[in-house]
Design a protein around this ligand. Structure first.
Ligand code: NAD
Ligand code: DAU
Length: 342
């Protein structure tokens, strides 16, 4: 079997490729990735010499290069996206081009190639902020609140349309907040861990009471590999970790493991339109027979150990001009005073 994976140099895509090459001996993987700021060949350095793996550097919104890369592929697993909510608030343009146009280009190419499966990797953010004790099911409506979430909801609708109109065998997955190795250090957890390792404070947005549902990236990779085999075309599957934590609670757990004082958390102005709560019901995936493997506490401790051991991976990323410029813009260091969190 030959599969086209998009976005395989990113956080989840690289974890998925490592998993599938290990789990399936007779698989070949073409990784279509533009290597944006979030794409990093170092994420797959350990498998770069595997003859079953090949990286094509191309933009998913380029129909000619996409068609070439997809030739002879049996299935597509589509991770490539602009993925950071804060960046989408600063500039939504790249989100529309990659997440919306890029997805349509891939769907068209997959139809021309007559692939047997197309896994469209999406997010719980398309459901919007979830009140009370409800957990989103796949039947719930789409109420995206950030430009990122809106672009992902649009891509979900395009994936659905390709199934209904053209019978392209698309499966859409919606996952909750991932954490684990190789996550770009602009996202909350790697930012928190690496800032603490650098002796810098972690900027907590607003009152810190927003709730996220945490999913270990290795469970996510395994769930996608499972759905590639067992999922039904036209269906949507939630993939959640069922570990709901307030942001304040997550910081407290990380501080406890790393032995960091509370004074190293600073309150900063809230993210505009910050969704209060995400929570997924993933019983549909569990009913199909999928079992999550990694207990949250162990996975969190291992993740912290990984960032401690892999300064060679994250320090160069934080030292690039692009990262520093983004950090200054996002946190307006020097203009918005940080206040100590209680
Ligand atoms: P990431 O930002 O770490 O990686 C994105 C990858 O896509 C990078 O390698 C980048 O180079 C590539 N890419 C971006 N634009 C491209 C383009 N135009 N053409 C080709 N390649 C391009 O993202 P991630 O966190 O690994 O997320 C992967 C997917 O999973 C995304 O679709 C995201 O919406 C979804 N998702 C992420 C999470 C999460 O918590 N990170 C949760 C649920 C769903
Ligand atoms: O829910 C799935 C989504 O999870 C994915 O679709 C996105 O691609 C992924 O980036 C992630 O989105 P979030 O916005 O939830 O993740 P982020 O890591 O940016 O933030 C997690 C929480 O932490 C959120 O409530 C905002 C808060 N936060 C984040 C940052 C970067 C802070 O308090 N301070 C910060 O500096």
């Amino acid at each position: 079997m030959k599969i086209l994976v998009t976005g395989g140099l990113g956080f989840i895509g690289s974890n998925f490729i490592r998993h599938i090459l290990f789990a399936e001996k007779n698989i070949r993987v073409v990784n279509l990735d533009l290597q944006t700021y979030a794409g990093n060949p170092e994420n797959l350095k350990d498998i770069a010499g595997d003859e079953r793996y090949f990286w094509v550097r191309a933009d998913i919104s380029d129909p000619v290069l996409v068609a070439q890369a997809m030739a002879g592929c049996d299935a597509v697993v589509h991770f490539a996206a602009e993925s950071h909510v804060d960046r989408s608030i600063l500039d939504p343009g790249p989100f529309l081009k990659t997440n919306v146009i890029g997805t349509q280009v891939l769907l068209d190419a997959a139809r021309a190639e007559k692939v047997a499966r197309f896994i469209h990797v999406s997010t719980d953010e398309v459901y919007g902020s979830i009140p009370g004790k409800h957990r989103s099911t796949e039947k719930d409506g789409l109420f995206p609140n950030s430009p990122y979430a809106a672009s992902k909801a649009a891509s979900d609708c395009l994936a659905r349309a390709a199934f209904v109109t053209h019978q392209l065998p698309v499966i859409t997955t919606r996952a909750s907040n991932n954490f684990g190795p190789y996550q770009y250090p602009e996202k909350a957890l790697p930012l928190m861990i690496t800032n603490f390792l650098e002796g810098k404070p972690y900027p907590l947005y607003g009152d810190g009471l927003n709730i996220r549902d945490w999913l270990y990236v290795k469970d996510h990779a395994e769930a996608i590999a499972f759905l590639l085999q067992k999922g039904t075309p036209g269906e949507i599957y939630n993939i959640g970790g069922e570990t709901s934590l307030k942001n304040k609670e997550m910081v407290a757990r990380v501080r406890e493991i790393m032995k960091i004082p509370a004074s190293m958390v600073t309150r900063v102005p809230d993210r505009p339109g910050h969704d209060r709560r995400y929570a997924l019901n993933d019983s549909k995936l569990r009913r199909l027979g999928f079992k999550f493997k990694y207990p949250f506490e162990e996975a969190l401790a291992q993740t912290i150990e990984w960032y401690k051991a892999r300064e060679d991976w994250w320090r160069p990323l934080k030292q690039t001009g692009g990262y520093a410029a983004y950090y200054q813009k996002q946190y307006k260091k020097g203009t918005v005073p940080f206040s100590r969190a209680s």
